[in-house]
Ligand binder design. Sequence first.
Ligand code: GLN
Length: 321
Amino acid sequence: HHLDVENELTLFLDRKIAYYKEYLSGECANYIPELKVVNPDYLAFSLMLPNGKVHLNGDYQVPFTLQSISKVITFMAACLYNGKSAVLEWVDVEPTGDPFNSLLRFELNENKKPFNPMINAGALTVASLLPGLTPMDKIQGVTRLLSSLLDKDVTINKKVFESEWETAYRNRALANFLMENNLLASSVDDTLFTYINLCSIEITVEDLAKIGLILSLDGFDPVRRIQLIPAPITRLTKVLMFTCGMYNSSGKFAAFVGIPAKSGVSGGILGVVPPSLRSHPLLSDGCGIGLYGPAIDAHGNSVKGARLLEDFLQSYDVKIF
Ligand code: GLN
């Protein structure tokens, strides 16, 4: 019976991917030259269940860079090494309703902090808090955590890094503004170098599904049976994903898609399905989801990825409230 359910899922996903691949368009991020040249038609889906079973559909072999999804890992790494409360002295947990790279929020919020760690201002501050004196140390703090989650080495796409580094005018402005307000713990250049390298870590939808599964289970890897991240850190991270993870469409995404998620301008989406008895029996113990579709909307979210995710969650009755 379980096999029937799994086969049904595979058929469902193959059908939906074929549909959304044809049906929707959009454009790749154009402000990072290396992202602009990617095939906008790619669409990939991955799902990992607590029993370790993985579903892979569509263009799942195509690697891509984490971009803003790195903010999730960076935040958890900073909390792991410094403690959650030390990190929250530097950055707030308030959604903005503004674009991810907004200069409007130059004012900072009423506590004189960046609004949250899922937008660029907050992520730059958090990157500066990573342990170590050099950017290399700080980058390693994140890649080490990511390697432990994925149980493999991770690499940085140097071409994408160079491409963003050379054109990072706005992030450089943000970093300077943060420095002026004593909101960076490392130099402007070191912070930018760290942040852009973290955005350039290469990943696949399968990797995202695995990260999502571990987050779903509050930091526990059900396959290796180890607690990889303390539960309180993962819970706070999921709240931040739910309230701030999809930039200025986070509210609508929470309302109509309904799970903690984080997107990046490369077109990746990391989705976390918390265990819920209301969901379809296949998903009631929770799961992780990874999506990739490089054509993005005006908010910077994958068009096809978000539609496919919404459709999937509705069809499988995922409701977390
Ligand atoms: N590297 C990108 C930037 O900082 C990440 C933004 C994103 O994915 N939204 O502009």
